[in-house]
Design a binder for this molecule. Structure first.
Ligand SMILES: [Zn+2]
Ligand SMILES: [Zn+2]
Ligand SMILES: [Zn+2]
Ligand SMILES: [Zn+2]
Ligand SMILES: [Zn+2]
Ligand SMILES: [Zn+2]
Ligand SMILES: [Zn+2]
Ligand SMILES: [Zn+2]
Length: 399
């Protein structure tokens, strides 16, 4: 990147996602509101909102920047395009307490989950690979530990749906689990469910209440307000055949569960953990926009920034207020009152502004557009607007 360009950290941190409160550091960045003053980050991409438009110009600038991790006290600066991946495995990452439905509103650092459970929900801790005596009249959420990995286990006995989920709270080599069901009094007859998938816990995608069909989280595709009829739980819960459970349960509804985790053997070379490349591929298939962004070379020259920060009509650097058309093309505040329609696409120009880009131009240092002719002046876009009108190197051009 051209060294003459620099952008302050204040510009990065002045706008936050209106849904999750995190920095606008994960694409796609969408904006909404009367003047496009509301932003939604890529972490909240699953929340469907009709009226948002993508702020590509902000993304064009942001791909040159590094962003701080959302979790304190992590001091990692992460390049655009890698933020979500870092935050997924950041040692300081937090999660809402999974027992939130029981009046616990704590946000817990994942590595402290066990301590939090010991403190507040000690009945919800169970050792893996041991016998858990449960009753089919109830639902259960347990925390279990193996090596240094924590797993959440949901066991649901709901009307016609009996389901079980084993959710990894971090990277682990355990990719599958099996369940052995035993009658509460007799060890001879057992029912087995094998090779059920361990799913990565993602509080942005699913929760215990999703299975209960009482979830009000707007992020969750299974949320009550979005579902019409049958809910598809297959992404994070495995159904257990009710008849098989009925065949082993005691008359009072008691039965014994034994859950065993299995390490992924097929790719023992890297201990079952997906390599970074595999993970990236997987994530990009889920979100096609991500592919577009990571394909942009990290070291684009300053001409890209110059173009992004310049008005497409008069070609001078823009400063606040920066207006946009309904599609998102920018126009400077000098050209805006002179134009009815967007010069790039002929859509009407409304009151929409690109506040995130304005914030960036406030502190951006840019080179004079005549730098190739020998001008060494660099400064804010506002100063540059004045400078370029009287730059002596521009006269050289004309003569
Ligand atoms: Zn967000
Ligand atoms: Zn909305
Ligand atoms: Zn971090
Ligand atoms: Zn709690
Ligand atoms: Zn939910
Ligand atoms: Zn202009
Ligand atoms: Zn336009
Ligand atoms: Zn100059």
């Amino acid at each position: 990147m051209n060294k003459k360009f620099s952008i302050s950290e204040g510009a990065i941190s002045s706008h936050k996602c209106c849904l999750c409160g995190h920095l606008l550091s994960v694409a796609p960045i969408m904006s909404a509101g009367l003047e496009n003053e509301l932003y939604k980050c890529g972490r909240c991409n699953k929340v469907k909102c009709q009226t948002y438009t993508r702020t590509r110009l902000f993304e064009d600038v942001a791909q040159h920047l590094s962003f701080p991790c959302s979790y304190t006290p992590c001091d990692k600066k992460v390049a655009w395009g890698s933020v979500e991946k870092h935050e997924r495995d950041c040692p300081y990452r937090t999660m809402k307490c999974p027992i939130y439905y029981h009046n616990c509103s704590d946000v817990v650092r994942v590595e402290n989950l066990l301590e939090h459970f010991k403190d507040r929900h000690s009945k919800n801790i169970r050792p893996i690979d041991s016998i858990w005596e449960l009753n089919i009249q109830f639902d259960y959420v347990f925390l279990t530990q193996i090596d240094n990995n924590y797993f959440l286990v949901y066991i649901m006995h709901l009307e016609e749906i009996f389901s079980i989920s084993v959710l990894a709270t971090g990277r682990s080599k355990y990719s599958n689990f099996s369940v052995k069901l035993l009658p509460s009094t007799d060890d001879k007859f057992a029912v087995y469910f094998d090779d059920l998938p361990v799913v990565r816990y993602d509080e942005r995608s699913h929760c215990y209440m999703c299975i209960r069909k009482k979830c009000n989280e707007p992020h969750h595709p299974f949320a009550k307000r979005n579902s019409s009829g049958e809910i598809d739980l297959s992404a994070f819960a495995s159904k257990l055949k009710k008849e098989l459970i009925d065949s082993v349960k005691a008359p009072d509804g008691n039965l014994r569960y034994r859950i065993t985790l299995k390490a992924n053997e097929t790719s023992s070379e890297h201990h079952g953990q997906p390599t970074e490349e595999e993970e990236e591929k997987e994530e990009c298939e889920e979100e096609e926009l991500c592919a577009n962004i990571s394909n942009i070379p990290a070291d684009v020259n300053g001409e890209v920034l110059r173009r992004v920060l310049s008005c497409p009509y008069c070609m001078t650097y823009m400063a606040a207020p920066i207006f946009t058309c309904t599609i998102g093309h920018t126009i400077c505040n000098v050209c805006r009152p002179r134009l009815e329609k967007c010069p790039s696409c002929a859509e009407p120009l409304g009151r929409s502004r690109n506040y995130a880009l304005e914030e960036i131009t406030k502190d951006a240092r840019v080179p004079c557009q005549y730098d190739s002719k020998g001008c060494t002046f660099a400064g804010s876009t506002t100063k540059m607007y004045i400078h370029e009108q009287e730059c002596s190197f521009s006269n050289l051009l004309r003569e």
